[in-house]
Design a protein around this ligand. Structure first.
Ligand code: KG4
Ligand code: ZN
Length: 325
């Protein structure tokens, strides 16, 4: 079964064709990073306008890379939330138009679930139940995956998401946007030498990163940061330390068989390395291009929804604050 995936929840316009939920035939992404960089963050109105310009060319590129015509496709999977309302609307309306015009079934996908399903594209075999750490710009969720589309949310952030923390720290240190890759780059030439706090929230699987951000802000304001590289390395280590320690604790507690990493922050090589070293269980991590927003993960998730008989009608709507559970 060949599924066309469409993803426009934030600032990447993406389309992909995936076969049987695991074979990527194409994966096209038009990034808006350069456009938003001059504002130091995503401007929602600019993002949705840019999606309307990029979406059809990106879908055409994905279909031509996959060497498929409309007749070769079996369905469309499109992100319905969570995300920016205006951005989501572009993808969903285009998907509906194609569905109507070409007689293709359509299924609405939860973006967070899509991040989990990026792991079905790695070629590794997945062994349920497993624990997945989803770390993105808007979420830091520890999820018990009991089966397809069967989740228990074990922990989440009480304030900033991990990606948001990276973005804010990068801005504080003058390292630019997007913050995650900028911090990672700077950290490579720095040493972990600045003591920064970790919020362990003992007895809970939740996260909190706002205290860490405030601690960094105080050091910057007091002129105590003499090396942005050392600050980046120390900050990255503090975030990774908490993410890894809590993920390993949950994996032990729930007696799962594997640990998955997902979401944009999962592209961070220190996090990938540290979790792999600390985990007593096999750790699966998609390649970085499948961690950050893409449509292949949406098509993969959509395939399993189609298989479970979940198709949507043309009156489906975007759900900007959609939750995983
Ligand atoms: O999943 P994603 O692409 O979009 C959302 O669903 O939010 O995640 C974006 C987040 C941003 O906060 C970005 O700074 C972070 O992922 N990110 C990283 C890295 N690459 C992207 N954080 C740390 N290290 C990276 N290499
Ligand atoms: Zn995402």
């Amino acid at each position: 079964m060949k599924v066309l995936g469409i993803e426009t929840s934030c600032d990447e316009t993406a389309a992909a064709v995936v076969e049987d939920g695991c074979r990527i035939l194409s994966n096209q992404i038009a990034s808006q990073v350069d456009i938003h960089a001059r504002y130091g963050g995503i401007v929602p109105e600019v993002a949705s306008r840019q999606h309307t310009l990029s979406i059809m060319p990106i879908i055409e590129r994905a279909m031509s890379e996959a060497r498929v015509t409309w007749d070769d496709l079996d369905g469309i999977a499109v992100t319905i939330g969570p995300g920016l309302a205006g951005s989501l609307l572009t993808g969903v309306n285009v998907a509906k138009a194609i569905s109507l015009g070409r007689g293709l079934s359509i299924t609405g996908v939860n973006h967070l679930e899509g991040h989990i399903y990026a792991n079905w594209l790695t070629g590794d075999s997945l062994d349920l139940p497993l624990v997945c750490l989803i770390v993105s710009g808007g979420h830091s969720d520890l999820v018990l995956v009991k089966g397809h589309h069967d989740y228990v949310l074990l922990g989440q952030t009480r304030d900033d998401a991990a990606g948001e923390a990276f973005d804010k720290a990068s801005r504080l240190l003058g390292l630019g946007y997007p913050g995650g890759p900028a911090i990672e780059r700077a950290a490579r030439s720095g040493t972990v030498s600045i003591p920064l706090p970790r919020a362990w929230l003992r007895g809970s699987h939740d996260f909190s990163f706002s205290g860490l951000k405030t601690a960094l802000l105080r050091l910057v304001e007091d002129g105590k940061i003499t090396s942005a590289q050392d600050a980046a390395a120390s900050f990255q280590e503090a975030v990774v330390d908490v993410l890894v320690t809590k993920t390993v604790a949950v994996a032990r507690e729930y007696h799962v068989k594997q640990v998955l990493l997902a979401g944009g922050v999962a592209a961070n090589s220190r996090l990938r390395q540290s979790l792999t070293e600390a985990s007593p269980l096999p750790v699966l991590v998609p390649e970085p291009i499948l961690c950050t927003d893409n449509a292949a993960m949406i098509a993969a998730c959509g395939y399993f929804q189609f298989r479970a008989g979940k198709t949507d009608s043309l009156d489906m709507d975007v759900i900007p604050n959609l939750r995983l559970t």
